[in-house]
Design a protein around this ligand. Sequence first.
Ligand code: C5P
Length: 232
Amino acid sequence: MGKDVIIACDFPTAEETMRFLDGFQKEKPFVKIGMELYYAEGPAIVKAIKARGHKIFLDLKLHDIPNTVKRSMAVLSRLDVDICNLHAAGASEMMKAALEGLTRADGTRPLLIAVTQLTSTSDEQLKNELLIETDMAQTVISYAKNAAACGLDGVVCSPLETQVVHENCGKGFLCITPGIRFADAAKDDQTRVMTPAKAKEIGSDYIVVGRPITAAADPYAAYRRCVEEFTD
Ligand code: C5P
């Protein structure tokens, strides 16, 4: 796998999600299922989308004691998703336990990706609430290095952090980047954005694209435009 566009299916119901996916008869894009849709519809929505032939990034960002995360990851692995994630803030023991839980009897497993610091966390919150004195960039690098050392496959990061993560963790360590916007479009609530073409140039491995596709007048055309800009 690699170099693909993942559509963030941030819809509240299965019905809306399926209506959206009905517009993609010709090909089966990689889709991201987040907490909103998963909590509303449960494992059934994962199975239904998988049955249509899509790859799935299940974005549930686990963060709990190692044993709980291990057992939960084993359940998610049985759903046969392609990518799962967790918070690197759960620390090494939790990340290693997650990998164990994800690994199936035949040795296969979904890719496991870490969230470093959420892009919604400000420098002030990092210092004054989380009591982390190291600056944001160094914190992100340190969390990414911990994830790599535990054997995880990559991180979710801002496209602006991709180069430094690859420098510190190796080119094979995946950078999955949201915050993607077309050059001629609105930023919505994202502040630090990048075009699909620029994300390709700086070495993102996957881009996660929500509203530029889901809210487009022609979602299929918007998806094709992302693919054409981002992939070879
Ligand atoms: O609509 P938009 O393209 O902004 O959607 C981006 C997707 O990526 C959303 O599902 C959002 O939750 C997710 N995301 C993000 N920034 C992060 C992590 C995840 O925008 N740092």
